[in-house]
Ligand binder design. Structure first.
Ligand code: NAD
Length: 289
């Protein structure tokens, strides 16, 4: 269903790798809502080829850019303004990658060169996108930038590794740059902290099935899908959320506010280990009733 929320708006969408990507769904929804936009991804992702199918489907040109390379970002913004016929109204930053996670290195054994790459690709790149657009004055007044985050920025998820630091930095950059871009051009900058979602990046995290199932059982509404995430991003790009900026917005079916749920107590939590033992001086037995 379309509400024409982005009619006449021009955008740039980073990070559509395949049809499971959150960015893919955002592109499809942005098209339905009347936007025109360019698609971008790293050269290696373009070689995979799927993004060109999305380009055909949405009538969008695909421009190669490594999000860590400022020259690439300058070219992307310049070309996008030329193709789309004016300044940019919205940008989706849907990019993340950790070589430490990819190589399966334990958090206590991180490779620091890899860690710098994680931070550069997954967090500092948002600063690079914003600073490049700021210097080129490439965004319209009341433009909107959304980057995707995860609750490991605030809490410890044992196998999320250095991506937790990247997400914390990403959210911090959104707050800090949100101030400066808001003052200069009324551009708003937010992060959306999304539920575990079955994508290439998601499945790359060790124990992803547990992340997904646990969050689904904990949240009163269940996990938010990639399509629902896209819907939320569309509202943030629209004129209906003009005064929302510098926020980390949880899009997780209520998960971030939960402690424990009936579902976990009654159906899911089966523990045969030490914690099942009766606590001394206590009538309570932890575990499945
Ligand atoms: N899947 C989840 O469970 C989940 C949950 C919360 C947040 N997120 C975040 O959502 C965002 C999108 O991830 P996704 O789940 O759609 O997975 P995805 O693998 O489809 O997308 C990640 C994208 O990052 C791109 N990328 C990596 N290095 C790049 C570089 N140097 N330059 C440009 N692009 C580069 C990849 O090509 C890919 O398109 C990420 O920031 C991710 O951390 C994902």
């Amino acid at each position: 269903m379309s509400y024409n929320l982005l009619k006449g708006k021009r955008g740039i969408i980073f990070g559509a790798l395949d049809e499971n990507s959150i960015a893919w769904k955002v592109a499809e929804r942005a098209k339905e809502e009347g936007a025109v936009f360019t698609l971008t991804n790293a050269p290696v992702a373009l070689r995979k080829g799927d993004i060109f199918r999305l380009g055909e489907k949405t009538g969008s040109e695909v421009i190669s850019a490594d999000v860590t390379q400022v020259d690439d970002l300058e070219n992307l913004l310049q070309e996008s303004m030329k193709i789309l016929g004016g300044k940019i109204d919205f940008i989706l930053h849907s990019v993340g990658m950790s070589p430490n996670v990819r190589k399966g290195l334990h958090y206590t054994e991180l490779d620091y060169n890899y860690m710098m790459k994680t931070l550069d690709i997954s967090a500092i790149s948002l600063h690079k996108v914003l600073q490049t657009a700021y210097h080129m004055d490439a965004m319209s007044e009341w433009g909107s930038v959304v980057a995707l985050s995860y609750i490991a920025a605030q809490r410890t998820y044992s196998s999320y590794s250095d991506m937790a630091q990247a997400k914390a930095m990403l959210e911090s950059i959104a707050r800090s740059f949100g101030y400066h871009y808001g003052k200069k051009r009324k551009v708003r900058v937010n992060t959306v902290s999304q539920s575990p979602t079955i994508t290439t990046a998601g499945k790359g995290v060790g124990g992803f099935n547990a992340f997904y199932t646990y969050a689904n059982c904990m949240s009163p509404l269940g996990n938010a899908s990639s399509l629902q995430c896209a819907d939320y991003c569309i509202t943030l790009f629209s004129d209906l959320t003009k005064m929302v900026t510098m926020q980390n917005l949880f899009h997780d079916g209520g998960y971030s506010t939960m402690g424990i749920s009936d579902k976990l107590i009654n159906d899911c939590f089966v523990c045969e280990g030490d914690c099942n033992e009766k606590l001394e001086g206590d009538e309570l037995t932890i575990g499945k009733k």
